[in-house]
Design a protein around this ligand. Structure first.
Ligand SMILES: Nc1ncnc2c1ncn2[C@@H]1O[C@H](COP(=O)(O)OP(=O)(O)OP(=O)(O)O)[C@@H](O)[C@H]1O
Length: 234
């Protein structure tokens, strides 16, 4: 299987004045096409740093990061912008919706600059919000706002969806609904999906779990029988 992403010896050092923080200390990992992966690890283990580098939001200090045949570690800003714009979708813990725009308009912001976008209404229907197209964020629950954010991330038809604590601000019932949406998109669109979480239970729905400890991959586990999100309890 050809990986969508491959890192080798990836390190990231943040320099704060005299202090150096080694967020990643040599990460070797792959993400394969179409898989659903959960990234676990203690606070500060480097999960967000890794996801940000995979998504072209940040760069490593040393080591290699490949997106298919593109070497992101030596890419120009133009290549990285194109990569972010057309190949990856991001979902964060806080939804980052624009309060003065409706659900449909929040999604259209992205589809307006994408090459092969979905219709915003279709993207919102995929996340179960066909009845909420003209609602403003303040008129939506937290789970619904997160689903708008997911619709916005997938409406450009990205190959990869990178999610940083997507259920972190939600109660378990709402979080499970959001996970069901992510699972459905992964299955129906074949979007390679990586989800960072503190919640080890969520790994039960993933095909693979990658654990980071102190800036390194400490464990990779395959899960031959991923469960449906509605079977998860926490
Ligand atoms: N921009 C930055 N400047 C300085 N240090 C940073 C920066 N981003 C992250 N760090 C540090 O790098 C380390 C790894 O942070 P990171 O956010 O990747 O961890 P994490 O596993 O995602 O943690 P959490 O689960 O708490 O979000 C931490 O010690 C953090 O303080």
């Amino acid at each position: 299987m050809t990986p969508v992403f491959r890192t080798r010896g990836l390190t990231r050092v943040f320099r704060m004045g005299e202090v150096e923080i080694h967020a990643l200390r040599g990460v070797d990992m792959e993400l394969y096409a179409g898989e659903f992966v959960v990234l676990l690890g203690a606070s500060g283990s480097g999960k967000s740093t890794l996801l940000n580098i995979l998504g072209g939001l940040d760069s490593g200090t040393e080591g290699e990061v490949w997106y298919r045949e593109t070497d992101l570690s030596h890419a120009t800003e133009r290549v990285l912008t194109d990569f972010r714009r057309h190949h990856v979708g991001f979902v964060f813990q806080f939804y980052n919706l624009i309060p003065s725009l409706t659900a449909r308009e929040n999604v259209a912001i992205v589809t307006d600059i994408a090459r092969h976008p979905m219709d915003p209404a279709d993207a919102l229907a995929l996340v179960g919000l066909e009845e909420r197209l003209d609602h403003f964020p303040a008129q939506l629950s937290g789970g619904e706002q997160q689903r708008v954010a997911i619709a916005r991330a997938i409406a450009k038809n990205p190959e990869v969806l990178l999610c940083d604590e997507p259920t972190g601000a939600l109660d378990s019932k709402t979080g499970i609904k959001v996970l069901e949406v992510l699972r459905r998109i992964n299955r129906e669109l074949g979007t390679t999906t990586a989800v960072i979480t503190h919640n080890a239970v969520i790994a039960d729905m993933a095909e693979r779990m990658i654990r980071l400890s102190d800036g390194r991959v400490s464990e990779v586990t395959e899960n031959p029988h991923p469960v449906d999100p509605d079977q998860l309890h926490w």
